[in-house]
Write a protein that binds this ligand. Sequence first.
Ligand code: AHR
Length: 514
Amino acid sequence: AQAPIAVTIRADRPGPKIDRHIFGQFAEHLGTGIYGGVWVGPKSKIPNVRGIRSDVVAALKAIRVPNVRWPGGCFADEYHWRDGIGDPAKRRVTVNSNWGGSIENNAFGTHEFFDFVEQIGTEAYVSINVGSGSYQEAADWVAYMTADTRNTAGQERAANGHKEPWRIKFLGIGNETWGCGGNMRPEYYADELKRYARFARNYNPAQVTLNNPADPGAVNPNRMLRVAVGPSDDDTSYTEGVMKAWKGRDWSWDIEGLSMHSYTVVKWPPSYDSVNFGEKEYADLTAATLKMDARLKTHSAIMDKFDPEKKVTLIVDEWGVWLAKLPGSPEGFLQQQNSLRDAIIAALNFNIFARHADRVRGANIAQMVNVLQAMILTDEAKMVLTPTYHIHKMYLPFQDATFIPVQFAAGEYRQGTTVLPRVDAVAARSSDGKLWLSLVNLDPNHDATIRIAVPGVRARAASGTVLTAPQVNTVNSFDRPDAVVPRPISAQASGDALTVRLPSKSVTMLVVAE
Ligand code: AHR
């Protein structure tokens, strides 16, 4: 039998806020991520509101999605927003050259996106086209979205059906400009960035910083955050280049965020299967995902050099496990199943982001529906919630909670030559004052007994939910949608501590009764 693991929750040493935006989503025009997955059109037999499927909206509302990044990804740098406004019958039909050459009829454009944002009750993260667009095109789009009707841009939006300006929470200035977004050197991109950051102006009266004579330095909490392209995985050239430019900025431009993309893959192109894999593949991908921590340390250290006050947030706006495409699925649609393994990977990443809460104040899993590590899979009228969806639901109390440090000796789980921690733990105090503990048992073969102590607090009990399944490769399918769903779990008080037995290969979220 394995020895119990002691976990000490340092409730007396609260840390930074865990920004709810680390639970953001990403919805690209890619495969059936939008068309079929979100948009079915108003004439569809699938229940919908103004063309947006109601089952998907209900599921996303239940996980309180903080923001949705759109329209890409690589797609964003070939997206021309005027193609997607006005009479749907007259919209341009284009080719989605990045993703399978599918026909893009632009039925889902700016108005449909913001309708979706409003239906699920989230905030907009809009990526503007730097790769193949122009400063003028980007400036006109942001004006169209945010200006009021004293302005021609606002009048055009109103004539197309939406009088009130929309609110853009995040504005992505290009996507992967080191690759699909234009293959630019960091210095070249930094020069481009300065112009987009200056001219893509937000006019929404509620977002524009007010000059408050009593507090001239005050920041409008509703302001739009401009997000520059930043690093990919371990490559630090953009981190250095963009942050160096930022440090040398003057009054004429600024950014508030730096994007990072880091997928869980063992090697490119992704070849690991999303179904019917074994323990080795589980361990390999879990080891790969844990590299996120070292990557965040590396990029945060560079950012600290230029920005010790941590004004610029690091936003991991593409992350998740990228697997081989499902046999028979179209090329370029990035369709994969989603297993208990992927749920464990999601939880480990949330724990890492929480530990970096001082710098990482946003993240977007790739992608929301039907693409890569999705929350939701659809097939015509059918819909299923994935194990990764359930992790998002279990972590709801972490949204805008306060990070609480946890001390524990993780132990080891070995698979061949791969050595992984046996358990992981992160705690948080939610905005309603409750103390939460997330526990991951990475070992697929052994339960783990955890003894939880909270110095200075008489913890009476703890209860919550656990996500596990018979195998790490168990998935939810349309036929078996409940193979991996959260179930109740509780910890027992014994002396000064609480004891909980974590099933092998599981994620547990407990609330501690103080
Ligand atoms: O998420 C799929 C693709 O991965 C995105 O379009 C791109 O930004 C990244 O390379």
